[in-house]
Design a protein around this ligand. Structure first.
Ligand code: SF4
Length: 319
């Protein structure tokens, strides 16, 4: 399938069916086991908003690949932060000893020094005044929808890029442009304009903006005073794959354009809060609760059965 195939228009009846079934999924009780598999679990171990904000930057930054592979690295970072008085105090006082403590950490193409440079970038930014939430609120261009999300992400990520550049000599890196910084650090600070779906930063934004509440849909922290209708769905492989089964996107590429298309489709179901379905969709995939193929034991009780292409194909093939 071409990356540019358009999602089918949703008829009113199809919208109602999708809303009903997705609401069932999103309103289901939040399970401890499900939360333990989510990087947000590392953020919720802190109670002060200033700690949660910093913990969220690291937990979301490392949330790619297999949970079992990245969770120990986030855990090691949080352990170090705890030794130093919590994530915010740790970043505020981050020094050569902290760099040495992170040096053994590795995750995929990220090194301990990449994580140290992110901490130093945060330190520089926070020393210049205000929290990340203050910068996000000041940088929001007032637009609702994905354009608004883009303005908020730029207001946070661009100053972090500049701060990383200024801090680079502290890890013996000489750079005059962001593109000269180590690949690992650059991977931590993407922007939508480059085509990336920016899944990790969209997830960070979801954690910061959506208010806590009951059920899986209420898992977020709601630290920032921004409207939920500017959020873009964090497009991971599970969400993308299940969205295709539901006919919410026909696009096969994991790009910003696909994330925006999916968000616009979900906005038809919940105009004020399209990302409310994200946690439940992602965890349907993460938990092994959807294999994108007919599996009677898991498809039978699946909340999405009435609107899933796999189930429809199976019904039409039955005699
Ligand atoms: S019905 Fe089966 S294939 Fe379809 S979303 Fe549910 S678990 Fe996945």
């Amino acid at each position: 399938m071409s990356a540019s195939v358009q999602a089918p228009a949703l008829s009113p009846a199809r919208r109602d069916l999708l809303r009903q079934q997705l609401d069932r999924l999103a309103d289901a009780p939040l399970s401890k086991a499900g939360l333990a598999r989510d990087p947000l679990h590392f953020v919720r171990q802190w109670t002060a908003p200033a700690d949660q904000e910093i913990a969220a930057v690291f937990a979301s930054a490392l949330a790619f690949g297999r949970v079992t592979a990245f969770a120990p690295v986030i855990g090691a970072l949080m352990d170090r932060a705890a030794e130093r008085g919590g994530p915010r105090a740790w970043v505020d006082a981050f020094d050569a000893g902290d760099r040495q403590a992170l040096a053994p950490l590795r995750y995929r193409w990220l090194s301990g020094d990449d994580l140290s440079l992110l901490a130093l970038a945060l330190q520089g930014l926070l020393r210049s005044g205000g929290s990340l939430g203050d910068r996000a609120a000041a940088g929001w261009d007032g637009q609702h929808g994905p354009e608004g999300a883009q303005s908020v992400l730029r207001a946070v990520v661009l100053p972090l890029r500049a701060s990383a550049l200024a801090a680079a000599p502290q890890i013996e890196v000489s750079a005059t442009r962001f593109d000269d910084l180590p690949r690992g650090l650059r991977y931590l600070l993407p922007l939508p304009g480059g085509g990336s779906a920016c899944k990790r930063w969209c997830m960070f934004l979801r954690w910061m903006v959506r208010r806590p509440g009951p059920g899986a849909a209420g898992v977020d922290l709601g630290l920032w005073a921004l409207p939920t209708d500017l959020l873009v769905v964090p497009l991971d492989t599970h969400v993308h794959r299940i969205a295709r089964l539901l006919g919410l996107t026909g696009r096969s590429d994991g790009s910003w354009r696909t994330a925006v298309e999916l968000t616009r489709q979900l906005s038809l179901l919940d105009p004020q809060d399209p990302a409310r379905y994200d946690f439940a969709l992602a965890h349907l995939g993460i938990s092994g609760g959807c294999r994108s193929a007919w599996q009677p034991a898991i498809c039978g009780p699946c909340a999405l059965l009435p609107c899933c292409a796999v189930a429809a194909a199976r019904s039409s093939s039955l005699p």
